[in-house]
Design a protein around this ligand. Structure first.
Ligand code: B1M
Length: 221
């Protein structure tokens, strides 16, 4: 079943991707494992083919679309199996300006949501000023930025600078991620945190939310 789902993602076949994702759920497979081993693995396998010249960009786009249709179904299942529904914090997330890769960002947003974080997803190609406006509008605890290109990583830095210039930097914790980024890069640009994948990003942001709650508790106690 996982193999069929992975193949449907590779084929960019939305109908079959939905069918096999639902079959995986009916068979009581772990939805997080299905996400990683069947959906993400399919996109990455196709990415490798593309690098070898065995697939076209249009194939990658179709695979990404199929993946994004399946992600909400798996998310619902994760919530059903005990993911949190009450919000413990709020985050604004987006893929930085010039970058349209959004599968990783969407998975990070999904994992945050099922752990009880209200997520405002600004989408892709988000300019620094749009992050600034979103912080003013939504007053989040966390700002998350994803970048998949070495040429767009610098926008994470520019966004942090824009937050500083707007006097908002101290109001939020900033986490950055995406394949070309690293802990060292995060430190260099003045982010508060970095995570290599969606699952480990939860430890980072939950720690911040716990610290914030206990600081508020102490102030009121
Ligand atoms: Co593009 N692409 N792409 N691409 N693409 C890469 C990234 C590339 C590495 C492929 C390669 O050459 N080896 C390469 C970048 C090279 C570089 O800069 N170092 C590349 C290139 C060059 C390009 C174009 C320039 C190609 C062209 O047009 N000539 C172009 C750029 C478009 C643009 O953005 N302006 C382009 C276009 C595309 C598609 C549109 C076709 C498609 C994206 C579709 C979509 O997302 N809707 C696409 C894809 C699919 C890929 C690959 C194959 C897969 C990316 C992906 O979805 N990975 C990718 C090669 C690869 O990664 N093997 C490639 C799966 C995803 C789950 O992982 O996004 O890494 P990832 O997210 C992970 C972690 O990084 C982390 O957690 C996630 C989940 O665990 N994470 C965070 C991510 N964000 C985080 C944020 C956090 C914390 C953790 O906190 C906020």
């Amino acid at each position: 079943m996982c193999f069929s789902l992975r193949q449907s993602i590779i084929d960019g076949d939305i109908e079959n991707s939905l069918k096999y994702a639902n079959e995986c759920i009916k068979a009581s497979m772990n939805p997080l494992e299905v996400l990683n081993k069947c959906v993400v693995a399919g996109v990455l396998e196709l990415g490798d083919k593309w690098i070898r010249g065995e697939a076209f960009i249009a194939d990658l786009v179709a695979a990404a679309e199929a993946a994004k249709v399946v992600i909400p179904i798996l998310k619902n299942e994760i919530v059903k199996r005990g993911g949190k529904l009450e919000y413990v914090g709020r985050a604004v997330i987006g893929t930085v300006e010039g970058d349209i890769h959004d599968i990783g960002k969407t998975i990070v947003a999904t994992i945050w949501e099922v752990n009880g974080i209200e997520v405002i997803d600004l989408g892709v190609d988000v300019p620094p000023q749009k992050f600034v406006e979103a912080v003013k509008q939504y007053n989040p605890d966390i700002v998350g930025m994803s970048a998949l290109l070495t040429t767009t990583m610098v926008k994470q830095k520019e966004t942090i600078e824009a937050l500083k210039a707007a006097g908002l930097r101290d109001k939020v914790k900033v986490i950055v991620g995406g394949a070309p980024t690293s802990a060292e890069w995060a430190r260099e640009i003045g982010a508060d945190g970095w995570a290599p994948d969606a699952i480990s990003s939860i430890d980072v942001v939950m720690k911040w939310l716990r610290e914030k709650r206990s600081a508020v508790g102490e102030a009121h106690g």
